[in-house]
Design a protein. Sequence first.
Length: 352
Amino acid sequence: MKEFWSDRIRDAVPYVPGEQPRDRKFVKLNTNECPYPPSPRALEAIRAAADSSLRLYPDPECLSLRRAIAAREGLREDQVFCSNGSDEVLAFAFQAFFNPEREIVFPRITYSFYPVYTNYFGLTCRRVPMNPDFSDPIDALCGGNGGVVLCNPNAPTGIAVELDVVEKLLQANPEVVVIVDEAYVDFGAQSAVPLIRKYPNLLVVQTASKSRALAGLRVGWAMGNENLIAALRCVRDSINSYTVDRLAMAGAQAAIEDEEYFQSLRSRVMATRAWTAKALKEMGFTVLDSRANFLFAAHPGMGGRELLDALRQRGILVRWWNDEPIRDWLRITVGTDGEMEELMRALREILG
Ligand SMILES: *Cc1c(COP(=O)(O)O)cnc(C)c1O
């Protein structure tokens, strides 16, 4: 029953987030959260910010946080935009840069929020089939489109492209905006931030949710030419000026400034990823070369859905999509070493 629903949402197909179980304890390898806690300095900053100043609205321009990001990335603060998670940044960007008359393009297998935004904002898209090895179909994203969205490393494949490939995309699409979603870039890929100086059509989007272990805080940011950043502010201020709250701003800034802790988080995740990929291959899995905090794997002896269910029965959650080209694949978040050992035990049991 959709009585009273607007036309816009009556036909909307929303994004389906990974399960956040409330009833029982699972080994959670389904939503690419960090298995380690956030920086102690971030937690301290959040506690310190929880004072009487909460009666006041936060800084709508997030100046202090933007300065911290700009300083780390070698940008000016007018080249940085912060908001309530990078999903929101992406939603603003789709509204700021794309028009319905010209199709935006992105790979057929990528972050499933892109087609959701496309439809919800009344845009049109062309989803380009993957190369046979699941790498990004870059040539088909070059020209003849109204904008490009590239997730690098891609989700859920984990495959990354090198910087010269991103540059090729920017050169081939000079009249439209190219969004590079770098939610997972810190786990071993190259960031496109150094290209911002050269390409006024590049928007790089990052998040505190994955490599800074702050998914619960909801902070994401975009970096690009000041003209693109101004457009994002225009969209935001047409909807909600105060998207980042005081606690989130304080925590995210402290996390970004704690470089040493950040480096230890990413290297621990990458080390666990390396041995887990090897162990999965030894069990007969095909595992794609991941530069992210997850692995994308398939086993010739069992379908994805069966594996998903069998793991769930053993208390382990992973992600699976009922989508033809990847129906036999599972996306497995890299957890702690202990959690991955538990995964191996369960898989040995399941596969005999
Ligand atoms: C997790 C994720 C995001 C969203 O991150 P938030 O900042 O938590 O909203 C964006 N893009 C991709 C590809 C992701 O996997």
